[in-house]
Design a protein around this ligand. Structure first.
Ligand code: PLP
Length: 394
């Protein structure tokens, strides 16, 4: 019996993957155990984040890192750190940034809904490049010189949304930005796996990198990681921690925050609304260890077998199945292309409304394709899923 029925909410079969809208990835037992164990004791949050920083630094190759309440929160904190540094007056004024450098240069093709998190800190975007390929009006992508041409006295930093095929390549962008003393903030929320990205993105020289903790890492859904330059991480931490203490008694982690250089204690910063609990930190660090050890790879073969069973069970339905194998770290996926008269949106809607409700990957519905991601499947759910797909794909 699902606990959600206690409040009249029916659990669904999620074959859409670790999407936030549907509650994210499943947490392994060890992560849930860590959450429970962490709840048993009280610890100072700043000291715990200081310890988390050492683990994240070792895992990513960055100088420092903190656990945030998601990658989006990491972007807000990262932008706040770039905007304010250790200037307590600026921290207090965020998100109002008119009287100090506050522009972030970003390629038009990198703009996306999650960049609201950067703007929320007080950053204002200056866009460069075009969407010529999308517009069918050209062949070129954003180029490094276009950023350079926009750098000026109001520029605070650069935002890059990571992808291996991103243009310009991150390393080139970092070179151009650093030549002008500007930091680069990277949104790499969904860029795991491959595990190598934990180190590779920082290795480009990027100043701050944001990862989701609730996607492939399988930590609590509302966790993330911000890693990068020690001074910026210190500023981000200062703007997230609860500051209700006496300056004389306050002992922030010295490797992140040099108290002797501060004129006093900041008030609660813009990141205070993005607080992270001790349980979330313990659970995320436990999940990170599992993820980096390759423990999740062992589940991939079983996932592929389940997808093959689903494809086989639909052999007499008006659907064309295509199994996309994983690469040893990524999940295999099953593409179901509707071959009959039914419209993919109608099938998707019927699947959502039926019993049990099913939510398939909807990225390619317009092309008549339902995507099946096995991350949250087990034998029982796979059986129920087959029944529902057979009912609705007719
Ligand atoms: C998922 C995602 C985010 C948000 O991550 P959360 O951990 O859910 O806050 C930000 N940017 C991109 C590109 C994402 O895919």
């Amino acid at each position: 019996m699902s606990i959600y029925r206690e409040w009249g909410v029916e659990p669904i079969i999620n074959v859409s993957g670790s999407v936030t809208r549907l509650g994210g990835a499943p947490m392994p037992e060890a992560v849930l155990d860590a959450f429970r164990s962490a709840a048993a004791d009280a610890v100072p949050l700043d000291e715990l984040q200081g310890a988390a920083s050492r683990v994240i630094a070792e895992t990513t190759g960055a100088e420092a890192g903190i656990v945030t309440s998601g990658a989006a929160a990491a972007l807000t904190l990262g932008a706040a750190a770039i905007l304010a540094g250790f200037n307590l007056g600026r921290m207090e004024r965020l998100p109002h940034t008119e009287d100090f450098p506050h522009e972030f240069v970003v390629a038009r093709e990198h703009r996306n809904g999650y960049d609201h998190a950067v703007r929320a800190a007080g950053a204002r975007f200056v866009e460069v490049g075009f969407q010529e390929i999308v517009a069918g009006a050209g062949v070129r992508r954003a180029e490094a010189w276009e950023y350079e041409a926009e750098f000026g006295p109001k520029t605070a930093g650069v935002l890059h949304v990571y992808d291996v095929h991103a243009a310009p390549p991150l390393a080139e962008l970092v070179r151009v930005a650093h030549a002008r003393g500007l930091p680069v903030l990277v949104d790499a929320a969904g860029e795991l796996p491959p595990r190598s990205n934990l180190k590779a993105i920082i290795a480009t020289g990027a100043d701050l990198v944001a990862f989701s903790g609730g996607k492939a890492i399988r930590g609590p859904q509302a966790t993330g990681i911000l890693c990068g330059r020690r001074d910026l991480i210190g500023s981000a931490l200062l703007q997230m921690l609860d500051m209700d203490d006496h300056f004389e008694l306050w002992e922030p982690p010295a490797h992140l925050i040099d108290k002797t250089k501060l004129p006093g204690m900041p008030r609660h910063g813009i990141g205070r609304a993005l607080k992270v609990s001790k349980e979330q930190i313990a659970a995320l660090l436990t999940a990170l260890k599992l993820f980096t050890s390759g423990a999740y790879d062992r589940e991939l073969t079983g996932m592929e077998t389940m997808l093959k069973q689903i494809a086989a069970a639909l052999s007499s339905s008006p659907v064309c199945s295509n199994l996309i194998p994983g690469d040893g770290q990524t999940y295999p996926l099953l593409e179901l292309t509707l071959t009959g008269k039914s419209n993919a949106f109608d099938v998707c809607r019927a699947l959502r409304r039926g019993k049990p409700p099913v939510q398939v990957g909807h990225l390619r519905l317009a092309q008549g394709v339902l995507m099946i991601n096995p991350l949250l499947l087990n034998e029982e759910r796979a059986r129920a899923l087959i029944g529902r797909l057979r009912e609705e794909i007719t």
